[in-house]
Design a protein around this ligand. Structure first.
Ligand SMILES: *[C@@H]1O[C@H](CO)[C@@H](O)[C@H](O)[C@H]1NC(C)=O
Ligand SMILES: *[C@@H]1O[C@H](CO)[C@@H](O)[C@H](O)[C@H]1NC(C)=O
Length: 216
């Protein structure tokens, strides 16, 4: 019974999360000659697209961190206008240099139930010139409902993206079937919220989507 309730809950949240029909886009052209070394430094999220329509944060930044056991990404943001939070994921670097832009990110949650402890997501660089803009997307597919979820980050080295860079940044969105008019502009005011979390939390961007359908 408990299982049934849990499964039902799982399906409901899966349906709210996965809204785009069918599988994730395939054969997407990514940034050529992508160099992770040039991606270091702070990036401001200036626009985003979330296929489930959820917009829960402002003032998001993304920054790589080098640790002894690998390269990590720090996604920081202000959630619901009140909480300053960040999430740390480990970057999965493709072994094949030809696909250098085909990154992944792995989040580990030690307190979560076993199946939900480790979560992998694609983190693919559609375009970047390293100095001004970067366009990244993730996609998760649920065979349970045969739908997918997409999130797009339009990142900028400055809180404001110049028009030329914006054009270049949004150009590859048609590759993944996203209409650029659906991008949401991020707020860069009110970035000093009341509460600051000092330890990493679960990211909103990558909710529990993928592992849910593994429930047996
Ligand atoms: C992540 O970034 C935020 C904002 O820049 C910062 O406050 C936080 O300390 C960073 N966390 C880590 C572990 O680097
Ligand atoms: C973003 O910030 C604006 C104010 O700048 C606020 O009205 C809005 O609720 C915030 N959005 C979220 C999702 O926190």
């Amino acid at each position: 019974m408990l299982h049934f309730v849990f499964l039902l809950f799982g399906i409901c949240s899966v349906q709210g999360y996965f809204t785009l029909p069918g599988n994730c886009p395939e054969n997407v052209t990514l940034q050529e000659d992508f160099r992770l070394a040039l991606f270091y430094g702070k990036w401001y999220q200036v626009y985003h697209y979330s296929s489930n329509g959820l917009n829960k944060n402002n003032c998001s930044t993304v920054e790589l961190i080098t640790k002894p056991d690998g390269i990590y990404i720090n996604q920081s943001r202000v959630d619901l206008g009140i909480f300053h939070r960040f999430s740390i994921g480990k970057i999965k670097i493709p072994t094949d240099i030809e696909n250098a832009a085909d990154l992944g990110v792995t989040f580990t949650f030690d307190d979560a139930p076993r199946r939900l402890k480790t979560r992998h997501y694609p983190f693919r660089v559609l375009a970047t010139n390293n100095n001004f803009y970067a366009t990244i997307y993730t996609c998760s597919y649920s065979p349970l409902v045969n739908k997918h979820f997409i999130y797009v980050w339009i990142l900028s080295r400055n809180p404001v993206l110049n028009d030329v860079s914006k054009e270049l940044a949004i150009k590859p969105l048609n590759e993944i079937g996203i209409d650029s008019s659906k991008l949401v502009k991020d707020e860069w005011t009110h970035c000093n919220p009341k509460y600051y979390d000092s330890t990493p939390v679960e990211p909103f961007t990558f909710r529990y989507p993928v592992p849910i359908y593994n429930i047996d």
